[in-house]
Design a protein around this ligand. Structure first.
Ligand SMILES: [Zn+2]
Length: 161
């Protein structure tokens, strides 16, 4: 697999491309600037904290969590490297769901969170799309980079799922 550093570089490079595209779309009046800002924030959070390589204890994204990395041990134990965690659709869902599960567990443990505190109001479609794109694009980039490297290693005949 490409190193954590390589993944980060590729994803940040593409962020520059997406930002330019976002700026263009704002100027054309197709999207609003808050949506692009939300996209950027989710994109950065996704590459920094929700990398598919959280399925590997000791990977760069794993260490990035600092003392909180212990929270990812169960995830790395359950998800085999480059299997479901690297699935383009379900991969990000497993990690977002995993983080939310911890938030709920900690919330209940602290005792301040009861059922009545969960009043979820869905944001509008543009914001939802911005969040989804921000979370998914880096994951797709990561998976594509993994696949390209695997293919290159096997002389262009690399098979992957
Ligand atoms: Zn990977």
């Amino acid at each position: 697999m490409p190193s954590g550093k390589a993944h980060l570089r590729i994803e940040l490079l593409l962020l520059a491309v997406w930002s330019a595209l976002g700026a263009y779309l704002i100027l054309e009046g197709w999207v609003t600037w808050p949506a692009v800002a939300i996209f950027g924030a989710c994109y950065v959070a996704s590459i920094a904290l929700l990398s598919p390589d959280l399925d590997l204890v000791g990977s760069r994204p794993f260490k990035r969590w600092g003392p909180l990395r212990v929270l990812w041990w169960p995830y790395a134990a359950v998800f085999r490297h480059r299997k479901l965690s690297h699935q383009w659709f379900f991969g990000p869902l497993t990690r977002v769901g995993y983080v939310l599960a911890w938030v709920v567990v900690v919330g209940i443990a602290v005792g301040g969170v009861g059922a009545h505190d969960f009043r979820i109001r869905l944001p509008n479609k543009e914001v939802l799309a911005a969040i989804a794109l921000g979370l998914y694009l880096p994951n797709m980039t990561h998976i594509a980079a993994d696949a390209i490297q695997t293919a290159a290693k096997h002389g262009g005949h690399g098979r992957r799922r």
